[in-house]
Design a protein around this ligand. Structure first.
Ligand code: HSE
Length: 429
């Protein structure tokens, strides 16, 4: 007997998934046992790139999650509601769920996984992070034998595309964003991508899996790329760095009592594995003991890539359904229920890059050094090369410092009469 799917949504990901399932030859033989039983859409009038019998398609999404014949609900509609309610309803009806919905999982993961554990069903989310890149399953299974300490990702293709073009063309953010929107690489409302919120959802999910604890999304520090200027990209280049929007989850203590989970534009040394990830691609570097470093690289979005991830989850569920056991597979369930403690950004220990515009007068560099010294900030390098009119540009890279101390030093510097402004502050990996 085949496994019956109820698919919610027939947009880019839903269409890609149906196409993949309808073209099963040459793929895993279990795919041929799957029946696309119901597909829920918003409108019946839209033209579609897939052939489905009319009786398969419905606008009544609730009828899918309530249909006793449906074994697996595949939620690829996106958005928070009604996705959340439909996922919960499917779980309460004893159905396994596959979702690509990072926003819903990052916000309602606790509610969804608690319900799933109570109902004895699985919620699979490979497509929620990194598009086609398998990273959720490795974190839950193969890599979970390691003590992981850091997950560092380029998990948003739109911002990586924009930063890559700014770097190669020497262009401003606004110009590249407008062009990316014209070419369809950036949304008309680019907020979720360029302000780091999409990457924030994704790193919250990765952190919860890597460190076995729920993450409160409000604890994730998010800073986007709107403030990154071509001047900073040029300085990064001179100093041996590239600027990337990194999503970082780091365990700062042995017992995972103090996590740092954050998204921000970052100076990345050119020799770092993530420095060469360009364009719309995603990559996730996972570090732990004893494995060392493992990096996953690939397409972070797109119909085919995301359909690959969704279908791999469906395949895992079909295999579980065929295994003739009612005991939950502990490699597929969510095994954490406690919240992790995420430290405030002021507790972060990092290096900083700061660019100052100052008057061109004696003693300015000395005053900067004194203010930094007053707060225990040690300078790794300081350069003064550029002029902007009457003002000089001084660029400082610090050694590791607690962010709180660094900000106190900046507040003091801001009050110096020789300082005109501090146009940029970026963290350095
Ligand atoms: N908006 C995302 C990105 C793709 O730009 O990477 C889907 O997660």
């Amino acid at each position: 007997m085949g496994v019956k799917l109820g698919i919610l949504g027939l947009g880019t990901v839903g269409t890609g998934t149906v196409q993949l399932l309808q073209d099963a030859v040459g793929r895993h033989p279990l795919l041929q046992e799957i029946e696309i039983y119901r597909v829920g859409v918003r409108s019946l009038d839209k033209s579609r790139d897939v052939q489905l019998q009319p009786e398969v398609i419905t606008t009544d999404l609730e009828s899918i999650v309530n249909d006793p014949a449906v074994d697996i609900v595949v939620e690829v509609m996106g958005g928070l509601e009604p996705a959340r309610s439909l996922i919960l309803q499917a779980i309460n009806n004893g159905k396994h769920v596959v979702t690509a919905n990072k926003a819903a999982i990052a916000r309602f993961g606790a509610e969804i996984f608690t319900a799933a554990n109570q109902a004895g069903v699985y919620v699979m989310l490979e497509a929620a992070v990194g598009g086609g890149i398998p990273v959720i399953q490795p974190l839950k299974q193969a890599l979970s034998v390691n003590r992981l300490h850091t997950v560092t990702g380029i998990v948003n293709g739109t911002t990586n595309y924009i930063l890559t073009r700014m770097q190669t063309e020497g262009s401003d953010f606004g110009d590249v964003l407008a062009d990316a929107q014209r070419l369809g690489y950036a949304e008309a409302d680019p907020t979720a991508d360029v302000d780091g919120l999409d990457a924030g959802d994704k790193i919250a999910i990765l952190a919860s899996l890597a460190f076995d604890g729920r993450i409160n999304l409000e604890d994730v520090y998010c800073e986007g790329i709107r403030q990154v200027s071509k001047t900073d990209i040029a300085y990064a280049e001179k100093l041996g760095f590239v600027i990337k929007l990194l999503a970082i989850a780091k365990n700062q203590a042995q017992d995972a009592t103090k996590l740092s989970v954050r998204v921000h534009p970052t100076f990345v040394p050119k020799t770092h594995p993530l420095a060469s990830i360009n364009g719309v691609y995603n990559a996730i570097l996972v570090e732990g003991e004893p494995i060392g470093q493992v990096m996953f690289f690939g397409p972070g979005a797109g119909a085919g890539a995301t359909a690959s991830a969704v279908t791999s989850d469906i395949l895992s569920l079909v295999a579980a359904l065929k295994s003739n056991t009612t005991a939950p597979n502990p490699l597929l369930t969510c095994r954490h229920e406690e919240y992790s403690h995420v430290a405030p950004i002021s507790d972060l220990i990092t290096r900083f890059y700061a660019r100052f515009l100052t008057k061109d007068q004696a003693g300015v560099i000395g005053q900067l050094g004194t203010c930094f010294g007053n707060h225990g900030v040690s300078i790794e390098s300081i350069v003064q090369t550029g002029f902007q009119g009457e003002l000089v540009e001084i660029v400082v890279v610090t050694h590791d410092v607690r962010e709180g101390e660094f900000r106190q030093a900046l507040a003091e510097i801001q009050n110096l009469s020789a300082i005109d402004s501090i146009p940029s502050i970026l963290r350095v990996l």
